[in-house]
Design a protein around this ligand. Structure first.
Ligand code: ADP
Ligand code: GN1
Ligand code: MG
Length: 374
């Protein structure tokens, strides 16, 4: 999928639909997310520059954007309630700017859904984590986020993308895309299809444990890619968990697994030289320590699957990239031909690396528990 283009005048008009303080200066494409169209908006407020984060929600993917916003408002208000009185609270959770009509989104004449947040300043996201301290802090921030939402009052959050991490349904979608082969690409990916085939049996493992009641459903983020948490420029600590479109009921394990996938990777997600791609065990250790330091809610059954969750989520995302490549690149944003296939290949290389290091990672988990557990 390619980015939709909007003129500066169109963006100015969209921004004007929000109750935002300041005079519009410009809106520039921002960030490296694969899903929404993101812009950094600069305005001048009584002579001082202020920034906002404007996003066009990808409504081909999030088919009910009002439900996405309903979840986001509930989640951010709940967290804000817990932060009341804390200095810096407005950097520690996203702040939705209401439209002039008091709604969480602005609709434009073409049917697009736009939302705007306060821009979180003096903090950054990282596509590739640079050191173990960052991995530790990022994992801690995601665990804290899960903790903050553990007592979110009913009703259940909307499932903004049903069966999002259901590896068995993702496999079925791959099988369908492979049979349809609409772009004639299947012959190019026989090695990747074989790779998946060899792992088909294990795809339903966590789902089965969940059905049996051994692993609980919790409120989870579901997109804990490492560039979805902002780290403070000065202290290095996790300031704010962002990209809340998929916050919904899920497994804590999938959140940990996606951190392992994205934060332990030694190379870019679309690296073409696979000799550069692998999982860095030092980063895994930092993630495990950071996550376990805050996630006191985890059951022994969940702790026992932390290592497997990294393999499973990485395989699942690889399957999704492969499916999208076969379907003609209709889901993830791409910037060049073949990018989704390259992304799939890095994921599968990561799976190999995670499988090879599984015993060592298991030993790390055992020694990373902050308190003895009975
Ligand atoms: P996508 O769903 O496409 O991944 P994100 O919500 O993750 O979109 O936003 C893309 C990028 O924009 C993030 O990785 C982050 O760098 C930046 N970003 C998002 N929200 C904010 C914010 N409120 N303040 C500052 N930067 C932000
Ligand atoms: C997408 O939105 P972004 O770029 O943070 C995707 C995730 C994938 C990730 C792979 C809603 O995340 O599920 O793991 O790309 N988000 C959605 O990089 O599909
Ligand atoms: Mg993102």
């Amino acid at each position: 999928m390619e980015r939709t283009q909007f003129s500066s005048e169109q963006l100015r008009q969209v921004v004007n639909g929000f109750q935002a303080w300041g005079d519009f200066i410009d809106a520039r494409p921002y960030g490296s997310g694969h899903i929404n169209d993101t812009y950094q908006v600069t305005a001048r407020l009584a002579g001082t520059p202020v920034r906002y984060l404007l996003q066009r929600i990808n409504h081909a993917i999030f088919k009910q954007p009002d439900r996405v916003m309903d979840n986001i408002l509930r989640v951010t208000e709940h967290i804000r309630g817990k932060l009341a009185g804390t200095a810096d609270a407005s950097r520690q959770t996203l702040t939705v700017i209401p439209s002039r009509e008091g709604r969480p989104c602005v609709r434009d004449g073409q049917g697009n859904w736009w939302r705007m947040y306060l821009f979180i300043e003096q903090a950054q996201t990282y596509d590739i984590i640079e050191n173990e301290r960052q991995a530790f802090e990022a994992a801690r921030a995601f665990a804290r986020f899960q903790n903050q939402l553990a007592d979110l009052p009913a009703p259940r959050l909307h499932e903004t993308i049903p069966a999002f991490h259901n590896t068995v349904s993702r496999l079925a979608a791959l099988d369908a895309a492979s049979s349809a082969d609409v772009c004639g690409r299947r012959s190019e990916v026989s090695a990747e299809l074989d790779f998946v085939e060899a792992r088909r049996e294990r795809c339903g493992h966590l789902l089965k444990r969940c059905e049996r009641g051994e692993i609980p459903e919790r409120i989870t983020h579901n997109d804990t890619k490492i560039n979805n948490v902002m780290l403070d420029d000065a202290t290095g600590k996790g300031v704010c968990v962002i990209d809340l479109d998929t916050v919904m009921p899920g497994l804590a394990l999938y959140d940990f697994g996606d951190m392992v996938r994205s934060a332990t990777a030694s190379a870019k997600e679309d690296e073409r030289d696979l000799s550069k791609v692998g999982s860095r065990i030092g980063m895994f250790e930092a993630l495990a320590r950071g996550y376990l330091s805050e996630a006191a809610f985890l059951l022994p059954e969940e702790i026992g699957e932390l290592v497997f969750s990294g393999q499973l989520i990485t395989l699942t995302i690889g399957i999704r990239f492969l499916t999208d490549y076969l379907a003609g690149d209709v889901y993830f944003r791409t910037h060049r031909p073949g990018q989704n296939l390259d992304r799939c290949r890095t994921q599968f290389q990561m799976v190999r690396s995670l499988e090879a290091q599984a015993d060592a990672m298991q030993a790390i988990v055992a020694t990373s528990l902050p308190h003895p557990r009975g």
